[in-house]
Design a protein around this ligand. Structure first.
Ligand SMILES: Cc1cc2nc3c(=O)[nH]c(=O)nc-3n(C[C@H](O)[C@H](O)[C@H](O)COP(=O)(O)OP(=O)(O)OC[C@H]3O[C@@H](n4cnc5c(N)ncnc54)[C@H](O)[C@@H]3O)c2cc1C
Length: 374
């Protein structure tokens, strides 16, 4: 018994064909793909925040596929073919995103990226530089060209080696413009986005999924796209996913800032770029993995101090030059590959995007939509 009146049950707005939990890059792309498959279906997207409160509007906007030191690290725990498949998913994901939203709309700039090494990291640099040919060959099936090369660094950085490893196909974008673009597309296709609705529980009842939040909703198919928040929602299912908080700072505008492109450091644990003539610098989870395994959106002072220190080492700037700081929540596991799977024939999930979900999200949303069977 749903407890609904005849009127509510027959004419009310509680029933959806497809409901998606999470209005991040995965959720909205899943909704758009569902619309393509089912033009007449009633599709809703629920989010506990206004648009996304997880990572999709809080990330650094790198359109990236893996820096040399990060790929070499991944190759210690994954096979070559797993790493190549993951890089291919990231690359295809960015191409799919750019096919959906125009470059001007999301400020996409194909400026390439650099992996930089601090003066203290000469041996790490050597180890990566020696593997450039190997990585180019390994990834040739994905990019159909050599993407990595050594390049001098001219960006006024201090205490870094004079050469970095350039990736010619990486780029950058504005994540909020990306999400607003996906939202506009969704609304234009009669996808209903319900903000400030937190799903507390869900369950299968008489071939329908009952979703409980501020009011009870029903759907035939439920898609869960809650990434870093999934361990609480899917807690009984022993899925290999944990929340991973990430810290970021942004400086005041800096006159004559010449940074162009995106920059990776230390196996992808740190990253920085120019946005509106300010430096965005993030990362440092490796300083405090334990505390950062959380979905609470709070700053971690220890990591913010480390970011301040790096800002001084790389750019000679201090805490006073920082204007703003924030944290976001990612979803990670022992493996880096994202998961698309079903709990049963009505409930499916697409999660675990790690630190490159901007690249993976479009395709993962489409894969999740493929689970739907109306
Ligand atoms: C600081 C930071 C920097 C990053 N930088 C980059 C980068 O430069 N490049 C890159 O490729 N990736 C980056 N990432 C990772 C990338 O942003 C994520 O992998 C990606 O956005 C995940 O998208 P998603 O849709 O799966 O999850 P999210 O965007 O987190 O969306 C999940 C949504 O689910 C909602 N939700 C959760 N639980 C519930 C519930 N019970 N009821 C209702 N709604 C719920 C949340 O409110 C959230 O909006 C970064 C992440 C962070 C945090």
């Amino acid at each position: 018994m749903s407890g609904l009146s005849y009127w509510e049950r027959t004419y009310g707005d509680h029933f959806f064909d497809i409901l998606i939990v999470g209005a991040g890059i995965v959720g909205l792309n899943a909704a758009l793909s569902c619309r393509e498959r089912y033009p007449g279906a009633r599709i809703g997207v629920l989010d506990k925040g206004m648009l996304s409160v997880g990572a999709s509007t809080k990330n650094a906007g790198f359109a990236c596929f893996g820096s040399p030191s990060e790929l070499l690290e991944d190759l210690k725990n994954h096979t070559e073919s797993e790493v190549v498949a993951l890089v291919a998913k990231r690359y295809q994901g960015i191409l799919a995103l750019r096919a959906k939203l125009k470059d001007e709309q999301i400020d996409f700039e194909p400026n390439g990226s650099y992996e930089v090494f601090q003066s203290t990291q000469k041996s790490e640099f050597q180890a990566c530089a020696e593997k450039i040919d190997y990585l180019n060959r390994l990834l040739c099936p994905v990019f159909e060209q050599d993407v990595f090369e050594l390049k001098p660094l001219y960006f006024g950085m201090q205490s870094v080696l004079s050469e970095g490893i350039f990736h010619r196909l990486e780029g950058q974008l504005n994540p909020v413009k990306m999400m607003l673009g996906l939202k506009q597309l969704s609304l234009a296709k009669q996808i209903e986005i319900v903000s400030n609705y937190e799903v507390k529980t869900f369950g299968l009842q008489d071939e329908q999924v009952e979703v409980k939040g501020s009011k009870t909703l029903y759907c035939s198919q439920l898609l869960i796209a809650t990434n870093g928040f999934s361990s609480s929602l899917l807690s009984e299912r022993a899925i290999d996913i944990l929340p991973a908080r990430a810290q970021v700072l942004i400086t005041k505008p800096i006159k004559g800032l010449s940074l162009k492109g995106t920059f990776h450091l230390d196996k992808g644990y740190y990253y920085f770029r120019n946005i509106d003539n300010r430096i965005l610098l993030g990362g440092g989870r490796n300083c405090d993995f334990g505390t950062e395994t959380t979905d609470r959106l709070e700053l971690n002072i220890k990591i913010q101090n480390r970011l301040d220190q790096l800002l001084t080492e790389l750019f000679g700037l201090s805490e006073e030059d920082v204007e703003y700081r924030w944290a976001g929540i990612m979803g990670t596991g022992r493996q880096k590959t994202p998961i698309v799977a079903s709990l049963n024939k009505n409930i499916h999930y697409g999660i675990r995007l790690g630190g490159m979900g901007v690249a993976l999200g479009t395709e993962l949303g489409a894969d999740l939509a493929q689970c739907v069977n109306l």
